[in-house]
Design a protein around this ligand. Structure first.
Ligand SMILES: Cc1ncc(COP(=O)(O)O)c(C=O)c1O
Length: 384
């Protein structure tokens, strides 16, 4: 059946994700009984920690199954404000908006701050959904490529300075980075701050992976002098607490943005799931040891992969955070990823999905055995 409908411009501006071709091939192979090593997903392979699951069950038993206050239950908003305070950020509970996933937080923030003609600066490689969100909101993109600088921001500051101007409305800074794993330095953040202040730009700090760093601490952008009232801090529970399917995230921001975005939240999703929010309190208050364990496992896998790639003569620019790495591949990365999947049965994501062709993003949120198997298959099929 074909549709007799006129589609809105805002949705026609967005292309389907470059990962669709890959997941279609993977599904076809799996339907044929092929064992695919899937290194394409940004999802921890650990179960959600027990205290979180127990807290959700208890909350359900206690009857927390109805609508919650639209901006979030007070207990969770306070627990989030406390955890942000531990990172040096001073937000009151009222400055926190609890959302069904960090993606919804970003969507609401972009919808509230970007309109037709707005200019948004991204740092490439950039997480896939930023571009789509900005386009849906009617904004245009300026991009600074960090690839020639080993994915680091500090050496690219002069290029950023050439890009940010009085026409810039918003910058989105994601560190630790999906897809490169890079953790941006304090000097890089000071550079962002100077430009933001000079040109009166709001900055979204996507800190989704702030608890997944190896041997370094991620500074929070909003702690820098001059940034408190122009930073929107976005975070969530999916990655650090292995809660991808629970859909829980948040942003913290000046009260005016909470009010504006609150209209969007109350008129769309209403609220994040009530009992999931109670589980979120347990995540923040009872689960540090679980996070530390997962972090340690990711660190070991990262180091193992770097060694395995080195054994095959591939030098991968490794980052100190998140659980991804960008592996240099053919210039036509889409084709490389499709072929690697068809021939070696290893799924990765083309770098062009993140604005950086010539790379494939590999997620090491998979077991050591599957990672070893994946590299072996790539090597055996001459992809390394
Ligand atoms: C950089 C970044 N931001 C935000 C998100 C959104 O995560 P979620 O909606 O699961 O909280 C993701 C998930 O992949 C991400 O990698």
């Amino acid at each position: 059946m074909s549709a007799n409908m006129n589609f809105a411009q805002r949705i026609q501006r967005v292309e389907p994700s470059a990962t669709i071709a890959i997941s279609n091939i993977a599904s076809e192979l799996e339907a044929d009984g092929v064992d695919v090593v899937d290194l394409s997903v940004g999802e921890p392979d650990f179960p959600t920690p027990e205290p979180i699951v127990d807290a959700a069950k208890d909350a359900m038993d206690a009857g927390h199954t109805g609508y919650a206050p639209s901006n979030g239950i007070p207990e969770l908003r306070s627990a989030i404000a406390d955890s942000l305070a531990d990172r040096g950020l001073s937000y009151a509970a009222e400055n926190v908006m609890v959302t069904p996933g960090g993606k919804q937080a970003l969507f609401e923030v972009v919808q509230s701050l970007v309109e037709d003609g707005s200019e948004v600066v991204l740092l490439d490689p950039a997480w896939v959904s930023y571009e789509a969100m900005v386009k849906i909101a009617g904004g245009s993109l300026e991009r600074v490529d960090l690839t020639p600088h080993g994915f680091q921001l500090e050496p690219a500051l002069s290029e950023l300075a050439d890009t940010v101007s009085d026409d810039t409305d918003l910058m989105i800074v994601n560190s630790p980075s999906n897809p490169s794993g890079a953790v941006f330095s304090d000097t890089a953040f000071e550079g962002v701050r100077d430009l933001a202040v000079e040109h009166d730009v709001t900055v979204v700090a996507d800190e989704m992976y702030d608890r997944i760093t190896y041997g370094v601490e991620q500074t929070s952008l909003g702690t820098l002098e001059g940034m408190g009232d122009r930073t929107v801090t976005v975070n969530g529970f999916s990655k650090a607490y292995s809660m991808t399917g629970w859909r829980l995230g948040y942003f913290a921001a000046p009260a005016e943005l909470i009010d504006q975005a609150g209209k969007l939240q109350s008129h769309s999703v209403t609220c994040a799931t009530n009992f999931v929010q109670h589980a979120g309190v347990a995540a923040l208050t009872e689960c540090d040891s679980y996070v530390a364990e997962m972090r340690e496992a990711f660190a070991q896998r990262r180091d193992m992969l770097v060694d395995l790639f080195a054994d095959h003569g591939v030098d991968v620019p490794v980052g100190d955070g998140a659980f991804y790495m960008m592996v240099p591949v053919d210039e036509d990365d889409q084709q490389w990823c499709e072929n690697a999947l068809s021939d070696a049965h290893v799924a990765t994501v083309p770098g062009s999905a993140f604005g950086t062709p010539g790379y494939a993003r590999l997620s090491y949120a998979a077991s050591t055995e599957r990672l070893q198997e994946g590299i072996e298959r790539l090597a055996d099929n001459d992809y390394l």
